[in-house]
Ligand binder design. Structure first.
Ligand code: ADP
Ligand code: 5GP
Length: 212
């Protein structure tokens, strides 16, 4: 059986921008989407932050020095970049546009500053904000991850409130209380975008059904 998706989708991928305060579960949810859906890739950002245990260069991030990062800024290689929690993070413009032009959906896990920069550039994207059920649950998750010091966790919690204040910029808001439920909602957003009228190859419909 041929797949319907390949036939009726335009030959252009969608951009999904996911933001959330650190610890809300973005990484977990993005991984689930990438594991369970086809034709979607993660946009691997560049960062000056050191790798956490288990993180792999070229899979989770491209880990670069500050000098290397600033060189890329100068050469305008980033579609957006920002300082988050004292480290620099950026998205490669070339790589992103290349994947989208090949018909592949791309998932960007970026902060609210980066999302705002992409919005300003007028790039078509779906903006999704993930919230934790409460600030106390957010703290528990950050502590549970056990990869950051108490000082870093406190800074991240303070920053969380500033980030949540930007929620109105997003098209969808998902509360990550029960992981499976949050995942189903995120999956629904991705799948519904794929069949939205603006994603559909209308030429194919005209050719197949309406000509002659
Ligand atoms: P982020 O990428 O937003 O910083 P993570 O995906 O690393 O967050 O999640 C932070 C921690 O919370 C991880 O230990 C993760 O396993 C856990 N977590 C994520 N979602 C849930 C959930 N719905 N319920 C309980 N724990 C969760
Ligand atoms: P972490 O260090 O926990 O992986 O990420 C910290 C924050 O940086 C998260 O909010 C994440 O979304 C954000 N981030 C990761 N990559 C990028 C990027 O390329 N650009 C921007 N603006 N933020 C990013």
């Amino acid at each position: 059986m041929p797949t319907t998706k390949k036939r009726i989708s335009k030959n252009k991928g969608n951009i999904f921008i996911i933001s959330a305060p650190s610890g809300a579960g973005k990484t977990t949810l993005c991984r689930m989407i990438l594991e369970q859906l086809d034709d979607i890739e993660f946009s691997i950002s560049y960062t000056t932050r050191p790798p956490r245990p288990g993180e792999v260069d070229g899979r989770d991030y491209y880990f670069v020095s500050k000098d290397e990062f600033m060189q890329m800024v100068q050469e305008e290689e980033f579609i957006e970049w920002a300082e988050v929690h004292g480290n620099l993070y950026g998205t490669s413009k070339k790589r992103l546009l290349e994947r989208v032009s090949k018909g592949i959906d791309v998932l960007l896990d970026i902060d609210t500053q980066g999302a705002a920069q992409i919005k300003e550039k007028g790039l078509e994207a779906v903006y999704i904000f993930i919230l934790p059920p409460s600030l106390s649950v957010l703290r528990e998750r950050l502590e549970g991850r056990a990869s950051d010091s108490e000082d870093v966790i406190n800074r991240r919690l303070k920053k969380a409130v500033e980030e949540i204040a930007a929620y109105k910029m997003y098209n969808y808001v998902i509360i990550n209380d029960k992981l499976d439920e949050a995942f189903e909602l995120l999956k629904a957003v991705v799948l519904s975008k794929r069949v939205a009228i603006e994603s559909i190859d209308t030429d194919w419909i005209e050719e197949t059904f309406l000509k002659g």
